[in-house]
Design a protein. Structure first.
Length: 404
């Protein structure tokens, strides 16, 4: 089923034949005390993390974040390589990463740092092993609260190790690394997706790149034509208007989306505001909902927020798309009032003409026998988040011509 709806396109921004840096992978930074998971304090240790990029190139650079750190962060050494199986690296692919020509750098509290370019040719969908040695103690590591690839904490400076030692400790969350950017061989654009747990891929199999954004990247990489990267900036529990788990989408939009090198397309896919605003005040939900302060919002508030995000995207030369909010009947968060509000927002997204295209995820997931619920087999068992099959259905439903 093809769920995307074509509507008039917007400006593309930079000249179409310009070869410039483009973001190929991202993970929205979070404070360790405001995320699903975080990394415990550590020192004199190496973080090795594997990330799968979407589009390839002949040079790359890495964004490291200390934006939520409470003290300066010292990177004592860093390396990047093409990842082998089980956290190892392919022979001959390892490269030292430098910062301003130096092998180490200190990142001030509250700031990110961008590495020097590394001459490493990468194909689309390559997996990179990124190793950062941190000699000092880190009490508050800027992180991303879920981890859908693989990562480990190793003692000492283990950046040059070709394979993982037996005392490597698995990481529960992404840490310090928030983006990879490439210099492609031909002009490329990025599709940046701002979203919640359904964008973050909760319910997909960790370590297998089965989020719908990962699968969309696979489709784009194999269809030929123009190079397009897909950057997932979902945060589980995120909302548009109010902070909660992660900074609100309206507040983080400039950093996570508009500052994306090579930005050409923006997808808005955040549905938690209405779900939480109308959630039942039961004993089962009270503890969870306590993490989400702020006044409840309604349909008009969500429409206004979508219009703001679309306008800000277009002001930066990008096209703006919106995803309809998928069903959640049968989950602990469900109420009939919330579902009615969801349907009203979805009807507006489909018919308003406010976007350059619509990704109708509600139509893909809803059960024909009960449109308030996700079809069996497409959710992880909680009637709220997708399964591998569910996210695959979303990715397959997207009309790739929207991004031409």
């Amino acid at each position: 089923m093809n769920s995307a709806v074509n509507t008039p396109s917007g400006s593309e921004g930079s000249p179409p034949n310009t070869v410039a840096w483009v973001r190929t992978w991202g993970a929205s930074p979070q404070a360790p005390d405001n995320s699903v998971s975080s990394v415990e304090p550590f020192e004199n240790a190496t973080l090795r993390q594997v990330v799968r990029i979407s589009g390839g190139g002949h040079r790359l650079r890495i964004r490291i974040s200390n934006e939520y750190g409470t003290a300066p962060l010292t990177i004592g050494a860093a390396r990047v390589a093409i990842a082998d199986t089980d956290g190892g690296i392919q022979d001959g692919s390892g490269h030292v990463v430098t910062f301003g020509g130096q092998p180490s750098a200190t990142v001030p509290a509250g700031a990110p740092i961008l590495s020097d370019p590394v001459d490493l040719r990468t194909a689309a969908l390559s997996r990179l092993a990124i190793s950062l040695y941190v000699p000092g103690r880190v009490d508050t590591a800027t992180c991303h609260g879920t981890f859908h690839t693989l990562g480990w904490l190793l003692p000492g400076n283990a950046t040059a190790l070709a394979s993982l030692p037996k005392d490597a400790t698995p990481l529960p969350a992404q840490a310090l690394i928030t983006a990879v950017e490439v210099l492609p061989d031909a002009p490329a654009k990025a599709i940046a997706v701002i979203g919640d747990s359904r964008v973050d891929g909760i319910g997909s199999t960790p370590g297998t790149d089965r989020r719908w954004t990962d699968l969309l990247a696979e489709r784009l990489a194999t269809c030929g034509g123009r190079t397009l990267c897909v950057v997932s900036q979902g945060i589980s529990g995120n909302r548009i208007l109010n902070d909660g788990i992660g900074t609100a989408a309206l507040a983080r939009f400039d950093r996570d989306i508009l500052a994306t090198p090579g930005l050409g397309h923006v997808v808005i896919a955040v549905g938690n505001d209405l779900i939480f605003s109308f959630a039942p005040g039961t004993e089962e939900t009270a503890g969870f909902l306590s993490m989400f302060p702020g006044t409840p919002v309604g349909v008009d508030d969500i429409i206004a927020a979508h219009l703001q995000l679309a306008s800000r995207a277009r002001a930066h030369g990008a096209r703006a798309y919106a995803a309809t909010i998928a069903p959640y009947g049968g989950s602990e968060m469900y109420t009939s009032e919330g579902d009615k509000a969801r349907e009203q927002v979805n009807a507006w997204i489909r018919t308003s003409g406010a976007f350059d295209g619509v990704l109708d995820f509600d139509a893909v997931w809803r059960d024909p026998a009960d449109p308030s619920r996700i079809r069996n087999g497409l959710h992880m068992g909680d009637n709220l988040h997708g399964s591998d099959a569910g996210y695959a259905a979303l990715a397959e439903s997207i009309d790739l011509s929207l991004f031409e």
